[in-house]
Design a protein around this ligand. Structure first.
Ligand SMILES: NC(=O)c1ccc[n+]([C@@H]2O[C@H](COP(=O)([O-])OP(=O)(O)OC[C@H]3O[C@@H](n4cnc5c(N)ncnc54)[C@H](OP(=O)(O)O)[C@@H]3O)[C@@H](O)[C@H]2O)c1
Length: 313
């Protein structure tokens, strides 16, 4: 029997309102894959870049790489119908049904509700990747550019839990929020280098992590390396403009387990804002604005393929 699925599609590059929801047959399962009924799908800035055409590819485009849901059919020996999973690096997870690589799945950890599960990998695994890459000793001082966003929220807290000291750059609106994450908050904008220097209060800055991609974040990163520190960027802009080393996220099931443990222990709190699946255009407008606090996650509570399964939180 062919199953049909709603899918978010862009038939041309452009602003958020090029997005529509279409109904399509779900493809047959290649070996090693599983079909998942999506309960929650994390939204990421890269989705907006792809839609706008700044990330290559050719329309029609589908969206969404991370999700949480229930396996409805499996062509992978490790996964079975009815299992609750978190997935990453998928194509077209902003949908009722996604066909996912069985090697890019983790079991949904106990105590991680659906919305958090849908948005955990993108921000959490990226934060872990950055910290693992830098491999800094306890007591090191780091600067995080864009500390109040999804990745920044995870990164600051995980860094603090590892005994690092963090200076987080932010807009005035999120200054207090960044402090609650455990960082010294510094406003971005003209004069940022002096404010960071004041916040460092004479201590050596061991690393700069750029999540913002601005010229001033690039300048600060270059200055940190000049003084013997490390610098990485998660965004292509400051790799191009300042030659900062670009780090790509390395999602893993082990990372999901580590993040779940950090959440259970209270070391990590990720604010998640659910957005109804049919509000996808508005959600992309929010991504375009680049001032999210925490994480936007598509809520597919009305997914008809979930009705066969109990999906309590
Ligand atoms: N390389 C990878 O594998 C990888 C993986 C995941 C994400 N990323 C990238 O990492 C970046 C951050 O992702 P995210 O999910 O955290 O995004 P997000 O939730 O949209 O957060 C972006 C943050 O940037 C801040 N910001 C906006 N303008 C700024 C400026 N001029 N200077 C400093 N900060 C500014 C905003 O803070 P205010 O609201 O306080 O202004 C906002 O909190 C995105 O570009 C994303 O594509 C890369």
């Amino acid at each position: 029997m062919t199953l049909t699925t709603r899918v978010v599609v862009a038939r041309s590059f452009g602003p958020a309102d090029v997005l529509t929801i279409e109904e399509h047959p779900s493809p047959t399962l290649p070996p090693g894959t599983v079909r998942v009924a999506v309960r929650a799908a994390g939204l990421n800035p890269v989705d907006a870049r792809r839609r706008a055409g700044s990330f290559g590819g050719r329309p029609p485009l589908v969206f969404g790489s991370e999700f949480a849901g229930i396996v409805v059919e499996s062509a992978h020996p490790s996964w079975h119908r009815g299992e609750e999973v978190i997935g990453w690096s998928a194509q077209g997870a902003d949908a009722d049904l996604v066909v996912a690589d069985g090697e890019r799945l983790a079991r949904r950890p106990e105590g991680i509700d659906w919305m958090l599960a849908g948005g955990l990998s993108g921000v959490g695994n990226t934060a872990l990747t950055a910290l693992t890459d830098l491999d800094l000793p306890t007591g090191s001082l780091i600067v995080v550019h864009g500390a109040s966003g999804g990745v920044g929220t995870a990164l600051v807290q995980l860094a603090v839990a590892r005994g690092l000291h963090v200076i987080g750059t932010t807009s005035p609106a999120n200054e207090e929020y960044v402090r609650t994450l455990g960082a010294a908050a510094v406003q971005y904008g003209p004069g940022i280098a002096e404010r960071i220097s004041d916040a460092a209060a004479g201590r050596h800055i061991d690393a700069s992590i750029d999540l913002a991609g601005t010229a001033e974040a690039g300048d600060v990163s270059v200055a940190v390396t000049r003084d013997g520190g490390k610098a990485i960027t998660l965004v292509p802009e400051t790799m191009s403009s300042h030659g900062i080393r670009l780090v790509q996220t390395r999602p893993s099931a082990a990372g999901i387990r580590e993040l779940a443990e950090a959440i259970r222990s209270g070391a990590l709190t990720l604010p998640v804002e659910p957005v109804s699946f049919t509000d996808i255009v508005e959600a992309h407008r929010r991504l375009d604005a680049k001032h999210a606090r925490g994480k936007l996650v598509l809520d597919l509570a009305d997914n008809p393929h979930l009705t066969a399964f109990p999906t309590g939180e």
